[in-house]
Design a protein around this ligand. Structure first.
Ligand SMILES: Nc1ncnc2c1ncn2[C@@H]1O[C@H](COP(=O)(O)OP(=O)(O)O)[C@@H](O)[C@H]1O
Ligand SMILES: [Mg+2]
Length: 395
């Protein structure tokens, strides 16, 4: 028969093992929840509930440091008044404010009496023992994790601090993850906006510019008693094309002209359209044969489109040439005109207008080429005209 003393000891050991086991299981669940949950608030709420459960406590809270307000702001609460979410826990306010000031764990035996209450609330005054630990990420204090109980017989000790600190470490990772995720999302949005701005500039802005010019011409014809019908017809077509283009832009941004046709056909159509609308003779030539990807076709089409519109807008040329040189080594697109070369810099007054309405063309072309690993060059000479070279290397 065993000695009662050793029996008692074994019971204690067993209980300790069970509690360790419980802790491990809990942490495992937590890690699982963390990897499945991307929303930070939901995740922090889950953590608070787990921590309260594990430490046999009642109330729990996680607050994050708000650098601008120099305070802790709570993001997740359990069995605590919601009003706490709107309060700045500056240094010394509540147990969170104490941890924020001291940057170390704090234990109190009677929260309601010992702590500078953030709000005067009967529920808050009920809280007895409480423990709160800092949430560190590397050397930075990120937030505070707090637990409380209204059981007057419960006291918190070093073991509870250690357990809560383990939670705090997990919370730190989750917070950092969520921050990175938010940051990545913001970057993706900026990227998307830049792309949309680029597409809009390339297609719709250009077409609207043409529409304005045509409308102006029609007004002049009408005033002079001339026949405006052919220009009105062109205007109608351009407006319809713009609508199609706008639709294409909305349905994933592929130029309507490229749909179902190769780049060279699309370029010929583009040249034809511009030739009919403006006093500009446009020739399009292809040298060599090579299959292009959709991405390459689209980028080169946009570059040619912008270059031709520049000729119309700035060059005072009467001839423009588009050349597409294809080989296994590279694709080269050349657009040249016989105009004035680089238009002189705008005067102070018109420069203001330009920053508002344009001047993006060249940088967008350069960006597009860089996106394909290629390069973009402009050569201008008053005696020859202006020429752009867009080169995409093929592996
Ligand atoms: N073919 C051209 N002939 C003469 N000047 C040109 C030509 N293409 C561009 N430019 C000049 O380069 C400037 C920059 O062109 P771009 O970046 O496309 O801006 P935007 O066309 O919106 O003014 C134009 O404002 C114009 O002064
Ligand atoms: Mg331009």
């Amino acid at each position: 028969m065993e000695h009662p003393e050793s029996l008692r000891q074994r019971d204690e050991e067993l209980a300790a093992l069970r509690s360790d086991n419980r802790r491990l299981t809990m942490l495992l669940h937590l890690v699982e929840a963390m990897s499945a949950e991307l929303d930070l608030t939901t995740l922090l709420e889950k953590m608070v509930v787990s921590a309260v459960d594990l430490l046999h406590a009642k109330q729990g809270a996680i607050g994050l440091v708000d650098e601008e307000r120099h305070a802790i702001r709570h993001r997740a609460l359990h069995n605590l008044p919601e009003a706490l979410l709107d309060i700045d826990f500056t240094e010394g306010v509540g147990i969170s404010g104490q941890v924020y000031a001291l940057k170390r764990p704090v234990i109190v035996g009677n929260y309601g009496e010992q702590v500078n209450l953030p709000i005067d609330d009967s529920d808050m005054r009920q809280i007895r023992a409480a423990v709160s630990v800092p949430i560190w990420w590397q050397d930075r204090l990120n937030g505070v994790f707090s637990i409380g109980t209204d059981d007057p017989t419960r006291a918190f000790g070093a073991q509870d601090v250690a357990a809560l600190e383990l939670f705090a470490k997990h919370a730190a990772i989750a917070i950092e993850n969520a921050r990175l995720y938010e940051h990545a999302e913001r970057l993706a949005q900026i990227d998307e906006r830049n792309r949309l701005a680029r597409e809009l500039h390339d297609s719709v802005t250009q077409s609207l510019f043409t529409i304005v010019l045509m409308t102006d011409a029609i007004r002049n014809y009408l005033q002079g008693g001339e026949d405006a019908a052919p220009t009105a017809e062109l205007l109608y077509q351009t407006a319809r094309d713009t609508l199609t283009e706008m639709r294409a832009l909305i349905y994933e941004l592929r130029p309507a002209a490229l749909e179902g046709e190769g780049l060279i056909t699309a370029l010929r159509k583009l040249g034809q359209a511009i030739q009919t609308r403006h006093q500009l003779q446009v020739t399009v030539r292809q040298y060599g044969i090579q299959r292009l990807t959709q991405e390459q076709e689209e980028a080169l089409f946009r570059v040619a489109q912008e270059a031709l519109h520049n000729v119309v807008k700035h060059a005072r040329a009467h001839r423009a040439e588009i050349e597409l040189h294809l080989s296994a080594k590279e694709i080269r697109l050349v657009v040249k005109d016989n105009g004035i070369g680089m238009e002189p810099r705008p005067t102070h007054r018109s420069r203001k207008r330009r920053t508002r309405s344009g001047g993006m063309g060249f940088s967008i072309m350069r960006e597009r080429l860089a996106g394909l690993g290629g390069d973009f060059r402009v050569r201008a000479d008053a005696s020859i005209g202006l020429q752009i070279d867009a080169c995409v290397p093929l592996s």
